[in-house]
Design a protein around this ligand. Sequence first.
Ligand code: GRF
Length: 189
Amino acid sequence: TKTAIFISGRGSNMVALVEASKAADFPADFALVVSNDPTAAGLEWAASQGIDTLAVDHKTYGKDREAHERAIDAELRARGIEFICLAGYMRILTPWLVEQWSGKMINIHPSLLPKYKGLHTHERAIEAGDAEGGCSIHWVSPGVDDGDVIAQARVPILDGDTPDALAARVLKEEHKLYAATVRQILTKK
Ligand code: GRF
């Protein structure tokens, strides 16, 4: 399945997905990495792997979010992309794009959804006194971090944990869970 990965930054989940896809039986072909930020570090890594990259700077489009996404969507169509993995893509998608890719776009979020949609998830979990944190893979729906959950991984929250320490613990699980979940979803198709 020809798949695009959307990033905005370092792209460690993207790296985990691409590394997993080197297995001969992996069902996704990561053919394109898209970023809204032309300076995203992950773009360089993708290019070094011989993967096509596409930077479409949202700033060029001002307040017209849909125009930005229509530009990206046109490129996805032109390249025959069939599935999208959002991996640290820090833009809220318009209902238009979500509708175009309904059932074909998943996201990873660093909390145990439905808890802590949005930002600062680890800080919020620690402040709430939760015993566990984690990450979720979900279908993308019009609400932010609101679609049906496909898979989750849990980690303990330790005494004296900082948001950074918890984030690092969760991130390791993100990398495993994302690859395993993409494998499962696309193998079934
Ligand atoms: C991850 O924690 C992901 O769950 C969240 O943003 C972070 C992206 O990290 N949506 P990376 O760019 O994949 O390293």
